[in-house]
Design a binder for this molecule. Structure first.
Ligand SMILES: [Zn+2]
Length: 297
């Protein structure tokens, strides 16, 4: 079993405080407004882009995506695709049978994991790459808050060198083939934040007042998001290159774009905001963009 590694850091460390924190995200000024009830739903959401910062920063934006999932109903399996924040080489599926958070345990869909791995030979089966990575773990409490332990997960981490267009497209297509072969009702979730601006991130392409910088970040993120909305994978990579983008999970986003395109999807951006807005912080030393984007068949 994979134990939680960022409980008490990225999100509250105990069950009751974590439930409260998730409800705070839903009812936050930048959240969707209310804590959702899970419905049987049409199950048309097949992809999601969701942020992965600490809940006080990105939780209210993330809550928009999870509210849409609540209304859509529970998928059988959530394929979680995230970037490695630690320097590592490879694409890694996890070999643990279960993941745990303060809200309980979730089973890994080992059958789907194996099927995806058999269709993309570059994938490495390795728990070590997953052990200290937060980008997938932070998605779990929101899913557990909605669906308990009724769903399973397939966790996939991509190293920065593997987040190329070529490998992302191959992985996206392998996921689609595996979903079709096993006839699974799957949600493919890309865990990513958008522009990381500021001296803290070594990324200061423009300077100016807080409002000027926020305007620039939003413009660049909107340009990136418009390519995601059009499922234009090569255009998406061109925008990343144009701005030397600090969007951390660009490979996972391209994986989801590829998968939902093959499955036939329409895109809806539910919410975009920066950490400057969600926290009410005034500085420019670190500002991060967050978005919740759903893909519906
Ligand atoms: Zn990140």
């Amino acid at each position: 079993m994979r134990p939680p590694v960022v409980a008490g850091q990225f999100y509250a460390g105990f069950e009751s405080s974590l439930q409260e924190q998730i409800e705070w995200c839903y009812t936050h000024e930048y959240g969707p407004g209310n804590v959702p009830e899970v419905k049987v739903g049409p199950r048309i959401i097949i992809g999601l882009v969701s942020p992965h910062a600490g809940y006080p920063y990105s939780g209210p934006v993330a809550a928009h995506g999870f509210r849409a999932l609540a209304e859509d109903g529970m998928p059988q399996t959530v394929v979680l695709v995230g970037p490695a924040h630690r320097q590592t080489q490879g694409v890694f599926v996890d070999t643990n049978k279960r993941w745990s958070t303060p809200l309980g345990q979730v089973e890994v869909d080992l059958e789907l994991t194996k099927e995806i791995t058999s269709k993309a030979k570059f994938i490495i089966e390795d728990s070590v790459a997953h052990f200290d990575e937060h980008s997938l773990e932070v998605q779990l409490p929101f899913l557990q808050h909605l669906f308990g332990s009724g769903f399973r997960i397939t966790p996939i981490i991509m190293g920065v060198n593997e987040m190329s267009q070529e490998i992302s497209v191959k992985l996206g297509n392998a996921i689609v083939k595996a979903i079709k072969k096993l006839n699974r009702d799957v949600l493919v979730l890309a865990s990513s934040d958008f522009i990381h601006y500021g001296i803290v991130y070594g990324y200061v392409p423009v300077t100016g007042s807080v409002s000027e910088i926020l305007r620039w970040i939003k413009r660049v993120d909107q340009e990136t998001i418009s390519k995601i909305e059009k499922l234009n994978v090569s255009g998406f990579f061109e925008v990343l290159k144009k701005y030397n983008s600090t969007t951390c999970g660009f490979g996972p986003i391209a994986v989801v774009m590829t998968a939902v395109k093959a499955l036939g999807a329409k895109t809806r951006t539910l919410k975009y905001a920066t950490s400057s807005e969600t926290t009410g912080g005034g500085g420019t030393s670190q500002i991060v963009g967050y978005a919740s984007i759903v893909f519906e068949k």
